[in-house]
Design a protein around this ligand. Structure first.
Ligand SMILES: [Zn+2]
Length: 395
């Protein structure tokens, strides 16, 4: 057993970095491990959810072009109130072939491997820079990456921003070069309240929301019918835009006309279109909607939409040097699409081509009793070392 690797993983899991909490202690710990290895480190302070957080950029090697970014998010999804936990989510536990703890798969395990690889790196051999980018609040819309990606040029100073990024999200060491966008928005229906004995004097927001849901549902079916051939293989589960009704809340009491109803929706679009096209189309269709309820014709409800968050899609070009190196070290023969969005969507906007490849298993991500397989975890350090050797030291 590699003591340092396990020690770092244990320390990382112990920091409670649920997305809405501060990740600063964890980031300072990581920076403190990398600085003695010759890395320059910069914490980018970011205010998210009213909490002071930080992204961390750490880099080493000569200020040449064609370096490599290796990236991961430090936040984790919540565990408080999640049914099914039989262990302490913040305590790393190794049992048989599994390492348990929140974030072991998604994705502190990979970050531990990064630090382990950095510890044995001979930085004098680097011909091109190695840049670690560790982000905040990925699980709630890739908020940290949205802020750090455009700031990299300034943070890195004389070191050119690398054009390639390896993001160690859970893929069971498969390789993904694409994912859909994710967009979330809310719909609020405002009716007119009153006594349920005289329904025609008001307008029931829940009843009008039913029309809203029907309208959006029909559009969802249209979206599923558009299946561009090029995405059939990359997204075999759903080679089309997908939409999910997330939550709906409305009304106060049985004998009151519901005055307000709120719906929250997220959808994911193929990388070939503007992610906001669907939102705009839904807006047009809701404008044309009948705002009456089923009780009267006198009053109409108001229907408002509000965009919540957008994460751009990823559609990285194939055949990069990073792809070849990842195929080599993982044994993967091809690259596919991920079911989730990543920080890579924001990196694209800063001219960085991202690939997703990590030790965790998607089945374990966000689950109670989250674990990473020991064999998958322990392979990581050598893989990172080899990829860095090939992209940053050779030639
Ligand atoms: Zn993740």
């Amino acid at each position: 057993m590699n003591d340092y690797l396990y020690d770092v993983a244990r320390r990382l899991v112990a920091f409670d970095t649920v997305s809405a909490k501060s990740d600063r202690d964890a980031m300072e710990y990581i920076a403190g491990e990398l600085a003695p290895q010759g890395f320059k480190t910069a914490l980018q302070p970011v205010e998210l959810f009213g909490v002071s957080q930080a992204n961390l950029v750490a880099w080493v090697g000569p200020p040449r072009a064609d370096g490599l970014i290796i990236s991961g998010h430090v936040d984790v999804v919540p565990f408080d109130g999640q049914p099914g936990w039989e262990r302490d989510p913040l305590k790393l536990e190794v049992v048989d072939g599994r390492i348990y703890g929140r974030g072991t798969t998604d994705m502190k395990g990979f970050i531990a491997e990064c630090l382990d690889a950095a510890r044995t790196l001979d930085s004098a051999r680097l011909k091109r820079p190695l840049v670690f980018v560790f982000t905040a609040s990925e699980e709630v819309g890739c908020q940290g990456a949205h802020l750090v990606a455009p700031a990299l040029k300034q943070i890195l100073g004389e070191t050119p921003v690398p054009g390639l990024a390896w993001i160690g999200e859970p893929t069971s060491w498969g390789v993904s070069h694409a994912h859909k966008s994710i967009v979330s928005f809310g719909v609020t229906v405002r009716g007119i309240g009153g006594h349920s004995g005289a329904p025609a004097r008001g307008v029931n927001a829940i009843a009008v929301m039913a029309r809203v849901i029907e309208t959006i549902g029909r559009y969802q079916r249209e979206l599923a019918a558009r299946r561009p051939a090029e995405y059939a293989e990359i997204f075999p589960d759903a080679p089309h835009d997908v939409l999910n009704f997330g939550t709906v809340h409305g009304g106060i009491a049985l004998n009151m006309i519901a005055e307000e109803c709120k719906l929250r929706i997220s959808y994911r679009t193929l990388p070939d279109a503007d992610p906001l096209d669907v939102y705009r189309e839904i807006g047009h269709r809701l404008e044309a909607l009948d705002g009456h309820d089923y009780a009267g014709r006198e009053h109409r409800a108001k229907i408002e939409t509000a965009l919540m968050n957008v994460v751009p899609p990823l559609d990285s070009p194939r055949g990069t040097a990073l792809e070849a190196a990842l195929f080599d070290v993982t044994g993967a023969k091809t690259s596919g699409g991920a079911l989730y969005a990543t920080d890579g969507g924001w990196f694209t906007g800063s001219g960085i081509t991202s690939l997703i490849c990590g030790p965790g298993d998607l089945e374990q991500a966000h689950q109670p009793n989250e674990f990473v397989r020991r064999d998958a975890f322990e392979r990581g350090t050598a893989m990172i070392t080899k990829v860095v050797e090939r992209l940053c030291c050779a030639g």
